[in-house]
Design a protein around this ligand. Sequence first.
Ligand code: WTA
Length: 652
Amino acid sequence: MTDQPAGTYAPSADMAANAHADKATYEKMYAASINDPETFWGEHGKRLDWIKPYTRVKNTSFAPGNVDIKWFDDGTLNVSANCIDRHLATRGDQTAIIWEPDSPDDEALHITYNMLHEKTSLMANVLKEMGVGKGDRVVLYLPMIPEAAYAMLACARIGAIHSIVFAGFSAEALGARVNACDAKVVITADGAQRGGRVTNLKDSVNQALLNDFDEVKCLLVKRTGQQIAWRDGLDYWLHEMEEKVSADCPAEEMSAEDPLFILYTSGSTGQPKGVVHSTGGYLVYAAMTQQYTFDYHDGDIFWCTADVGWVTGHSYIVYGPLANGATTIMFEGVPTYPDAGRFWAVCEKHKVNQFYTAPTAIRALMAQGNDYVTKYDLSDIKVLGTVGEPINPEAWNWYNDIVGKGNCPIVDTWWQTETGGHLLTPLPGATATKPGSATLPFFGIQPVILEPTSGEEIHDTAAEGVLCIKDSWPAQMRTVWGDHERFEKTYFSDYKNYYFTGDGCKRDEDGYYWITGRVDDVINVSGHRMGTAEVESALVAHAKVAEAAVVGYPHDIKGQGIYAYVTLMNGEEPSDELRKELEVWVRSEIGPIAKPDLLQWAPGLPKTRSGKIMRRILRKIAEDDFGALGDTSTLADPSVVDDLIENRMNKA
Ligand code: WTA
């Protein structure tokens, strides 16, 4: 291509010709989706099998005080039947899930749609046997084993609502989530195996269920065979229960608007919110994005490296791919075990066609050198994807040159737990990419950039401000579990009549979107969302801590690191032991991902006279950029700043 601006990568002619959408198709479909969403989604909703077809398509309002989102709401269907049963006649013997175990010496499992049907039905009947019914909540606290997918689909099959808690979260965090959704059953495993190490999951569950939740039953998958503490009358082995139930479990007829799952995610204030996703709209959108964003074709092998504990695993390991009758890989291990070539070894072994991972993983592997990549045959890869945080151009270029050999379009997908699926993303055959830009909106998405203080929409093509979405899309979250008011307040009150994403964004002269990061007190550590307020409240829960303030700072591999300022109680002395103790404490309150990377003892925190902590200043000091502190004259005691600068942890 000759007229291509520098730094952009247009799809090859071959890719454009064979893709589900080339540029003209994308533009035509996008225009149709915006001009007449009813007709567009009415048509694309038919990609699912409905028990009772919908007659209404879009029924949504972002109006202040009346936020109400419904799609296909008089239709009925079952997600498990859509992900399994409807494929059986044509692809019962096709592999649905390739399970790649932690150790490369263990054998991968090829789970066909027939096997998936049997395993899911058995687990669904086991759950029924344990008293779980339609609308009940089931918490999953599982490693990346096939049973995680069976459990999700088993819940969907009987109309139970699952809430997955990432197995890296602590007992404390698990207990809070079990309690928040009032779960009847927790599904877990004896232990987890990751990176050659074994951790005990059942212990965490026991600890989480110790006090308040005596009634909560536990369904246990045997994975590691390690010793566990058994709770008589409350614990059940899956393999024993499976012997007692039939392998026939009819799929429950669900309304399109029945909740499919809850997923807790961090916000800028308070405890994590239970994001609620729907049955119909969610699945339509997860399936459609999986197909178009990755240009997935029948017979392709698709690999999303996320954990099912995050939304990416929900939409792009399980629901999207399986609704499309795809072959999806589920990987138990980590990118660096047994060495930094594992991703590429798995790509070669299973002939992966679409590979989807996070910038933090790309940066970590890039740092290990190219040999780990180049010794494998990656010629089956057609499309590379990223998600979770802005990707820096160096990492983008490495991914493009070394992994993709310059032949694979990179889809930088911007989305959120709340959005259910991709909102901004290139399509491989349609969109010329620019390193670091999530490019253009998916069908049906109307991004707008608002001036942050006035809330006015900026209409110029080149613009910078906060990113909002003008109208609803099928996979939009429906509410915060048990707290619709918080839903409205968090997403629809700062900027009226828009969905507020919490992200800052630039739009360039070509209309391309560039996410600049969160504008609220959420930080993104290795692609994991973390509320600074959560880490702060964990720290101040420690008896020796008087006050804490947490901010993010740029980190080479993780994207952002966690920087904590801690003021001790009177009479407590800072020491290395206490620092260790606080680190262990945060791990046990939340999980290893919340452990501060840098912890500074702060005799005082910079506050305004009304007592508000000036985070702007703390962020600057953490960034080692204290030359630009701005006006500190409004501080109650400006001298605390000098001490913080003097003792900063991040000196260049
Ligand atoms: C960030 C993950 C830049 C963003 C699916 C968003 C990104 C938050 C990208 C959501 C991307 C996600 N480029 N930033 N491609 N993808 N983010 O809920 O700040 O875990 O608001 O969902 O991650 O994180 P969450």
